[in-house]
Design a protein around this ligand. Structure first.
Ligand SMILES: Cc1ncc(COP(=O)(O)O)c(C=O)c1O
Length: 449
C-alpha cells in the first residue's frame, strides 16, 4: 500500500487546477460557450474523428497552464509539495468514477499504450521467471489495436508464449457472434495444449470500432480458468459505461484524453487488488521502483505532469453539461447513430454493426464504386479527404471474404465520431464530398502512392 506515504504530502492538491467559474448557478453550458471552449479547433476542418486523439476545451488548457506555471515558478516546491498530493487527488476522483474498491488499485499513466506495456511486461517476467511455461498462451481479439498487437509480439512471443488471435467478423450483426468466436479460440488453446495465461480484450475496438461484450467475455475467461484478463479500454471513460467491479477484469485501462476532455496525455490503469498482480511496474524505472505502481507512475523523472493534475478541472467542465458525463455520452451516441444512418442512406450503404454495438463512434459503409481494395487505398482516401475537402475521418478497409462477389460488397467503412463540439454540417460536408467523388467517377486507383 502506498497511500500512507502519499498522505504525508501537505500540498494543496486542488487549488491551482480550478479556473474561476462563470457565475452561472443552474443553467447548463450553452452552444455559444461550447463553441468558445473549442474555438482553437481549426474552423475550416470537419473534425469527425474525436476517436483518434480526443479534444481538450480551453478552460482545461487554462487550468493545465496554471499547473505548468506552478512548476516553472518554483520546481522544488512543485515536486515536493504539490505533485504527489495532486496526483493522489486525481486518483481518488478516478477511483470513484470507475467504482474501484481501493485507491491503491488506480495508477495514472500516460496512455493506454503504456498501460499495455506495464501489464505485458509483467507477463514476460512470468515467463522468464518460470511461473509460466513455454507455449502458454495469450488470447487477443483480431480487432486489437496495432500497438497492443506489437507489444504482445515483443513481450509475450519473445518470452516463449504464444498468441491466439480470435477471428472476428465484420460487419458484425450481434454480440453473440463475438462471444462464439471467443469461446472457440479458448477451446482451440485447450485442444492445442496451451494454458491460457492472459486474455486481452478491447472494450471499444479501434478499427473497426465496435463495443465488445466485455462483461460476457470476462465471465467466460473466469469459467475457463484464464489466469488474467486485461481490458484495453483506450476509448473507455466518457464513451461507454465503466464500472471496473462489474466488468470484473484484473486490469483495465482507459485514456482520459480521448473522451474525457483531458489534455494529452493521461490514462489510468486499474489493477484488481485480489488478482495477485503486485509485481506490476512502470516501464521507466526510477527512485520510486518497488513502492507500488501508482507511486512509480507518479514520479517518472523530470517531465510535464500537468495532464495528470487537471482531473478536478475536467470534472468541473463536465458538470456544466446536462446529465454530466452520462448525458454527454448518451447524446454523442444518439447523434453519431443519427449521422451514420443519414450518411448510409445518402450513399446507399449500411452501418457495420447494430446501433447498440456503437458507442460515440459508428462505422459507415462507403460506396463500393470508390474502389477501396486495400489498406493502402483506405489510407490514401483518408489523406485525399483531408487535403482536398478538409475532412478528418479514418477509413477502414474490410477485405473480401472467400466466396463473396466483388461487385456489391462494401470494402470501405468510415469511422465517424461525435463529440460535444460537432455540428450536423460536419457530417453533411462528408456526405457531399463522397457524393462529389462518386459523381466524378473517382476511384482510389486515381490516387498515387
Ligand atoms: C483500442 C485501443 N488501444 C490502444 C490505443 C492507444 O491509445 P494511446 O495512443 O492513447 O496510447 C488506442 C488508440 O486509439 C485504441 O483505440
Amino acid at each position: 500500500m502506498d497511500s500512507g506515504r502519499e498522505h504525508q504530502n501537505n500540498g494543496d492538491a486542488t487549488s491551482p487546477t480550478h479556473v474561476p467559474k462563470k457565475q452561472k448557478v443552474s443553467n447548463f453550458i450553452t452552444p455559444e460557450e461550447i463553441e468558445s471552449e473549442f474555438s482553437h479547433h481549426l474552423p475550416s476542418v470537419a473534425r469527425i474523428n474525436n476517436g483518434s486523439f480526443g479534444c481538450c476545451p480551453s478552460s482545461i488548457i487554462a487550468a493545465q497552464r496554471l499547473w505548468q506555471m506552478r512548476y516553472l515558478e518554483q520546481p522544488d516546491n512543485f515536486y515536493f509539495n504539490y505533485l504527489k498530493a495532486g496526483v493522489l487527488e486525481s486518483r481518488r476522483l478516478i477511483k470513484d468514477l470507475v467504482n474501484a474498491d481501493d485507491i491503491s488499485e488506480i495508477s495514472i499513466v500516460d496512455n493506454a499504450t503504456t498501460a499495455a506495456a506495464i501489464v505485458l511486461q509483467q507477463m514476460a517476467r512470468s515467463f522468464y521467471e518460470g511461473k509460466f511455461s513455454q507455449g502458454d498462451a495469450v488470447v487477443m481479439l483480431h480487432y486489437a489495436f496495432g500497438a497492443v498487437k506489437k507489444s504482445l509480439e515483443v513481450y509475450v512471443t519473445r518470452a516463449g508464449g504464444r498468441v491466439i488471435e480470435v477471428p472476428l467478423p465484420f460487419p458484425v450483426s450481434s454480440k453473440e457472434q463475438i462471444i462464439v468466436e471467443f469461446r472457440k479460440a479458448l477451446e482451440r488453446g485447450k485442444l492445442e495444449g496451451s494454458k491460457v495465461r492472459l486474455a486481452v480484450i478491447d472494450h471499444v475496438s479501434s478499427m473497426p470500432s465496435v463495443i465488445i461484450p466485455v462483461k460476457d467475455l470476462v465471465r467466460i475467461c473466469r469459467e475457463e480458468g484464464v489466469d488474467y484478463v486485461f481490458v484495453d479500454a483506450a476509448h473507455g471513460i466518457g464513451c461507454v459505461d465503466v464500472d471496473v467491479k462489474e466488468i470484473g477484469a484484473d486490469f483495465y485501462t482507459s485514456n482520459l484524453h480521448k473522451w474525457f476532455f483531458s489534455p494529452p496525455a493521461v490514462a489510468f490503469l486499474y489493477h484488481r487488488k485480489l488478482s495477485g498482480s503486485e509485481d506490476l511496474h512502470h516501464p521507466v524505472v526510477t527512485h520510486e521502483y518497488g513502492n507500488g505502481l501508482a507511486m512509480e507512475s507518479a514520479w517518472i523523472g523530470t517531465r510535464d505532469y500537468s495532464p495528470q493534475l487537471v482531473v478536478p478541472s475536467v470534472l468541473e467542465f463536465i458538470s456544466r453539461f446536462e446529465g454530466g458525463i452520462e448525458g454527454i455520452k448518451k447524446r454523442n451516441h444518439e447523434k453519431v447513430v443519427k449521422m451514420g444512418t443519414m450518411l448510409a442512406k445518402a450513399w446507399g450503404t449500411s452501418l457495420g454493426s447494430p446501433t447498440d454495438m456503437c458507442s460515440s463512434m459508428v462505422m459507415v459503409g462507403l460506396p463500393t464504386c470508390l474502389g477501396i481494395e486495400s489498406e493502402s487505398d483506405a489510407s490514401k482516401l483518408r489523406v485525399h479527404l483531408r487535403e482536398k475537402f478538409s475532412i478528418e475521418v479514418p477509413i477502414y478497409f474490410c477485405p473480401f471474404k472467400e466466396g463473396e462477389g466483388k461487385a456489391d460488397v462494401i470494402t470501405g467503412y468510415a469511422r465517424i465520431s461525435h463529440q460535444v463540439y460537432n455540428k450536423e454540417d460536419d457530417y453533411n460536408r462528408f456526405r457531399d464530398a463522397i457524393n462529389k467523388l462518386v459523381g466524378e467517377k473517382f476511384t482510389c486507383k486515381l490516387l498515387s502512392e
